[in-house]
Design a protein around this ligand. Structure first.
Ligand code: ADP
Ligand code: MG
Length: 256
């Protein structure tokens, strides 16, 4: 069974159907890229998987469970945004700890009575600090923990955004064009690092990009999207050599 199953998902904004029945099964540990031209619906699909947006019809299942009623914070998925979405007034360490603090708050809200031991619990804070340090070490930003985002380079900010995703130890990472704000050289370097991170931690990666070359080098499979549909989802070689549709051939073959 697929660990992340997208089943006939549609999305309509006003009069416009932007997703026209998307189905895709993603196995545990896969690196799947969603590629396609700007406006084809990639971010909308990713936001629906994350729970940041509701679908109009269809279902998202994680390990067989329909997650429609489950809010984003409780889906065990981490989203990385193009803009990084870091808090400018918080340090790197505080930025990375945000998801764990939110999880703690969410646990408190579910308690029938708020005990005196939460959310300021000393043990919990020590645990969070250790998790932040571990994530920072994995991404080699452990020397930057006391800085604010304004004191970091673009590449370093991008790592902090990855660190904030990593610290939750999610079942899947959802990355929406995470490299598009970097210059060409840093983009190539960082995509190798993301591929390496995927190999090391073995989690599922769903990676959105409009850059087909980026997708070709990183992915176990590529889903080519156009106008709210997936035209083909196959291994990079297969998509390149055996495109099922002229639009796939044109998109994959177009110069970057
Ligand atoms: P992509 O990420 O592939 O560039 P998006 O998923 O962002 O595409 O957008 C797909 C289409 O849906 C676009 O035409 C966009 O204008 C439209 N769209 C996205 N979000 C909204 C929204 N909140 N309200 C109305 N239209 C939207
Ligand atoms: Mg987008």
């Amino acid at each position: 069974m697929a660990d992340l199953q997208i089943d006939q998902v549609t999305k309509t904004f006003g009069d416009t159907q932007v997703l026209k029945g998307i189905s895709l099964d993603i196995a545990d540990g896969e690196f799947v890229s969603l590629v396609g031209p700007s406006g084809c619906g990639k971010s909308t699909l990713l936001r629906i998987i994350a729970g940041l947006e509701g679908q109009t019809s269809g279902a998202i299942r994680i390990h067989g469970q329909d997650v429609s009623g489950i809010r984003a914070a409780d889906r065990n998925l981490s989203m990385v945004f193009q803009s990084y979405a870091l808090y400018p007034h918080l340090t790197v360490a505080e930025n990375i700890s945000v998801p764990l603090k939110m999880r703690q708050l969410s646990a408190v809200q579910r308690l029938p009575v708020i005990g005196p031991f939460l959310p300021g619990s000393r043990d919990k804070n020590v645990e969070i600090a250790a998790a932040v340090k571990h994530a920072a070490q994995t991404l080699e930003i452990d020397k930057l923990l006391d800085r604010k985002p304004g004191q970091l380079s673009g590449g370093q900010r991008q790592r902090v955004a990855l660190g904030r995703a990593l610290v939750r130890e999610p079942a899947a990472f959802l990355l929406d064009e995470p490299l598009s704000n970097l210059d060409a050289k840093l983009r190539v370097q960082t995509r190798a690092e993301i591929a390496e991170l995927h190999r090391r931690i073995g989690a599922t990666f769903v990676y959105v990009t409009h850059d087909q070359v980026e997708a070709m080098t990183m992915s176990s499979r590529i889903a080519v999207m156009m106008d709210g549909e997936i035209l083909q989802c196959d291994a990079p070689d297969e998509v390149y050599h055996n495109p099922l549709d002229i639009r796939v051939a044109e998109f994959i073959g177009s110069p970057k």
